[in-house]
Design a protein around this ligand. Structure first.
Ligand code: ZN
Ligand code: ZN
Length: 133
């Protein structure tokens, strides 16, 4: 039987998993950190892509035209309130995906308040899986 190695984490004297340098607990923690780092990289990549999409002059023209066709906030309208729409929201967050971004059936006109509320909710849910180790 091969001699077992001790976990490489400082202060840990658990046996390392076969073929790995860390014990089960520390290996899981290491994987979590890697996952979080990857998710973060993806998020910032999406943010860069989104910035490029939003800075497209075609978007500025398209969103103005959309707001002219949909002058009232969709969310407020559902509650029976009349609020002037100022923002075009993506129903399914595009996360920098050009296809979702330009898909007009994925657009809805919202007032600034509804849009901020929705964006805040998306950010909150998006971060939940990443935080904590
Ligand atoms: Zn360990
Ligand atoms: Zn609204």
């Amino acid at each position: 039987m091969a001699r077992s190695k001790i976990c490489a984490a400082s202060g840990c004297d658990e046996i390392a998993l076969p073929g790995l340098s860390h014990c089960e607990r520390h290996e899981a923690r290491r994987q979590d950190k890697l996952k979080a780092r990857r998710a973060k990289a993806q998020t910032s990549e999406a943010a860069v892509l989104a910035r490029v999409l939003y800075s497209d002059p075609r978007w500025k023209a398209a969103r103005l035209a959309f707001l002219r066709q949909h002058p009232l906030c969709a969310d407020c309208g559902e509650l029976g309130a009349i609020e002037v729409a100022t923002d075009v929201d993506h129903v399914t967050p595009h996360k920098g995906d050009g296809k979702l971004f330009w898909n007009r059936s994925n657009w809805q006109a919202l007032c600034h308040r509804c849009h901020s509320r929705k964006t805040a909710r998306e950010v909150f849910h998006g971060d939940r899986g990443v935080s904590g180790n």
